[in-house]
Design a protein around this ligand. Structure first.
Ligand code: ADP
Ligand code: MG
Length: 241
C-alpha cells in the first residue's frame, strides 16, 4: 500500500442509542501516515466514533473499512487483530496485574510476536513511554499521567497500523502534555497512522495534519488545523457550547 493512500474509510456512519442519534451519518477517510484530530463539544460523538472504528459497539448503519476491508461485523479483538489499537478516555487497566503484564497482554496481539518475546516488547514500549521503572508495580500505585501512559504503551505494544487515542492529554500538566506531543510525533514518524480526540488545542495544532470537527453527531468541518479552528461555524459551536 502506497504511503499517503487511504487507510481508513468511514462512510455514512450512524449510531443511535435508543432515540438518541449520537452519530448522524459521518463520512471521512484517514490517509496512511496521517494524524487526524477529532474535536467538538462534549457529547458531539467523538468517543462514539472511536467506539465504532474499534468495534466496541456495533454501528446502526454505515460502513467502516481498513485497507479496503470491511470492519463492521467484527468484534473488538478481531478489529485489534486487523491492526487497530486504542486507548480509553478513562484508562482501563487490569488492577490485579503488574504494569508489565498489562502491556504484555496486548503485545501478544502484535504482528511480529513470534519474532519478539512479548515481555521484551512490553518493556520496550514501557521504556519508550518513560515508565520502565514502574514495570513491576500494580496500577494502583500509579498517578493519572502514568496510568494513561501505560494504556498508551499497551496500545503501541500491539504494533497497530492505526492508533486511536481518546483524550490522552486531558488532566496532564503542561510538561506532561509536551512529553506526550513529542511521543506522538515519534510514533507517527515510525509509520503509525493516528486518530486522536483532544480538547487541548495546542496539541491539536502541533500534531494534526487535519482536524475533523463534530457537532451533535455530524461532521461540521474538516481541514487544516489553523483554518478549520478559525472557521466561523466552528467558533460558533465552541462559544455556544
Ligand atoms: P463525546 O466523546 O464527543 O463527548 P460521546 O460520543 O461520548 O461524545 O457521546 C455522544 C452522545 O451519545 C452523547 O449524547 C452521549 O450521552 C451519548 N452516548 C454515548 N455513549 C452512550 C451509551 N453507551 N449509551 C447511551 N448513550 C450514549
Ligand atoms: Mg468522549
Amino acid at each position: 500500500h502506497a504511503p499517503g493512500g487511504t487507510l481508513l474509510e468511514c462512510e455514512d456512519v450512524t449510531k443511535l442509542f435508543g432515540g438518541l442519534r449520537a452519530l448522524g451519518g459521518i463520512s471521512l477517510s484517514v490517509r496512511r501516515g496521517e494524524i487526524l484530530a477529532l474535536v467538538g463539544p462534549n457529547g458531539s460523538g467523538k468517543s462514539t466514533l472511536i467506539n465504532m472504528i474499534s468495534g466496541h459497539f456495533p454501528m446502526t448503519s454505515g460502513s467502516i473499512r481498513l485497507d479496503g476491508q470491511s470492519l463492521e461485523t467484527l468484534e473488538p479483538h478481531r478489529v485489534a487483530a486487523r491492526g487497530i489499537a486504542r486507548t480509553y478516555q478513562i484508562p482501563r487497566l487490569f488492577e490485579h496485574m503488574t504494569v508489565l503484564e498489562n502491556v504484555q497482554l496486548c503485545a501478544a496481539f502484535g504482528q511480529d510476536v513470534k519474532a519478539l518475546n512479548a515481555a521484551d516488547s512490553a518493556l520496550h514500549w514501557l521504556d519508550f513511554m518513560g515508565l520502565a521503572e514502574k514495570a513491576h508495580e500494580l496500577p494502583a500505585s500509579l498517578n493519572l499521567h502514568e496510568r494513561k501512559f501505560v494504556e498508551f504503551a499497551r496500545a503501541l505494544a500491539a504494533k497497530p497500523k492505526l492508533l486511536l487515542l481518546d483524550e490522552v492529554l486531558c488532566g496532564l500538566t503542561p510538561t506532561e502534555v509536551d512529553q506526550a506531543i513529542d511521543l506522538i510525533r515519534r510514533i507517527r514518524a515510525a509509520g503509525t497512522t493516528i486518530v486522536f480526540v483532544e480538547h487541548v488545542m495546542r496539541a491539536v495544532v502541533a500534531l494534526a495534519d487535519r482536524v475533523a470537527v463534530l457537532d451533535q453527531g455530524r461532521l461540521l468541518a474538516l481541514g487544516q488545523p489553523e483554518a478549520t479552528m478559525q472557521d466561523p461555524k466552528v467558533i460558533d459551536v465552541y462559544l455556544g457550547a
